[in-house]
Structures are given as C-alpha cells and as structure tokens.
Design a protein around this ligand. Sequence first.
Ligand code: SF4
Ligand code: SF4
Length: 215
Amino acid sequence: MTDALEKELLGSGASVVGFALVKPALSNEIAHLERAVSIGVDRNLNENSVRSLVSLQKKASGFLKSNGYKYLCIPPDSDRINNTFVSKLYNLFTHKIAATSAGIGWIGRNGLLISPVYGPRLSLATVLTDAPLKVGTPVEFSLCGDCRLCVDFCPSKAITGKDWSRYEPFIELIKSGNCSSHKKISRSVNGKPNCGLCINICPYGRKPVQTVQAV
Ligand code: SF4
Ligand code: SF4
C-alpha cells in the first residue's frame, strides 16, 4: 500500500513523498492518526504550490479512504493565513515534524526544512492517517555542517547559528521578531513584503548559475 500511494503521488506531481510515525507529536484528539504522509513540491516548478499540494492531499486522502482508513489533511504552510475553516487546522501539526520524521530532510540554521535535493525550496503539506504505512528513517541531526551563509548574510541578524537536532526540537534557531521587523520595514520602504535571502542563499538545491559562452 505504501509503495502504491507513493507512486500515485509522485506520478501526480509531488517532488518528494515520505511516510513517518508521528504519534509523540500529536494532541489527544488526533492521537489515533499516528502516521503521516509528508508531501513536498518544488516551488521552482509550481507557480501555485498551495493548489498543487491541496490536489495531492486529495489524491492521498482518496487513496486512504478507498482502502478503509481514516485521514486528516493539514493544510499547506503558505495556506495558513487565508482564514478558512480548513486553514485553521494548520495549528494542529507542523509539517516539518512529518518531513524530518520521514527522512525527507533536516531543519537548517535558517529554520526551514532543508532537503538534500531541493534545499529550502519545498512547500509542504501533511496527511495524517491510521493506515499502517511503512515509515522512513527519521533525520536526527542538522547536515548544515560548516555552512553559515544564511547566518552571516541575514540582514536582521535573526538567525542564531545554532544547530537543530531531533533531540532539541525547541532550540531557538530564529529570532522571529528580528525577521518580521525587517520585513515590515522592507514593505514600508520598497513595497516588498518578503526577504527570503536565507532561502536564496542556501547552497542545497540551488540551481547552478548559467554561464553564457563568448563567441
Ligand atoms: S527572511 Fe530575511 S530577515 Fe528573515 S531570517 Fe531570512 S534572511 Fe533573515
Ligand atoms: S545556508 Fe547553510 S547554514 Fe543556512 S540552512 Fe542552508 S546549509 Fe544550513
């Protein structure tokens, strides 16, 4: 069943799919849905990654339902502010827990999920379920290594430079107040609400710069 679901999601446009046991991270009301399907799409290839993720979640939930299992779709990260009933479910569970538990990547110094292939450029969604899916091996430690690019170049000094590990999930990686103040100033000065430098600068998953040969 796990392989069939993975094949269906990859065939429908998912960039990565992983399966995880997440019981310790669940609140009581959803503790029976102890496994997670973690779905990532490459933002570079998806103009509307929220729409792609919602469609992939529908595929996954349809598959699980037709096999007789329960499920709960946690909305995509970037969908959390649209104030619909569904978007409010976002607070129930963090996608990064599913993705790291499934072995898709680690949490970088920039506080984002880093995939070895896509870097911090994946948009994530999760489907929780009681289906007995075969789970992946969790990532335990950060693989940022000696890299400090995001720390050194963050314009607001928001990135503390600490290393994430599964055993210290609440370590302060980002001073979120610094980051949001910087974005607020940026919005008022040049109309750009986002910074994103800590995504663009990360060497993981960055496309090589195209060089033009002189003729
Ligand atoms: S978005 Fe910009 S200000 Fe915020 S943590 Fe990343 S680099 Fe720093
Ligand atoms: S830029 Fe370097 S330190 Fe920052 S998240 Fe990426 S790999 Fe880690």
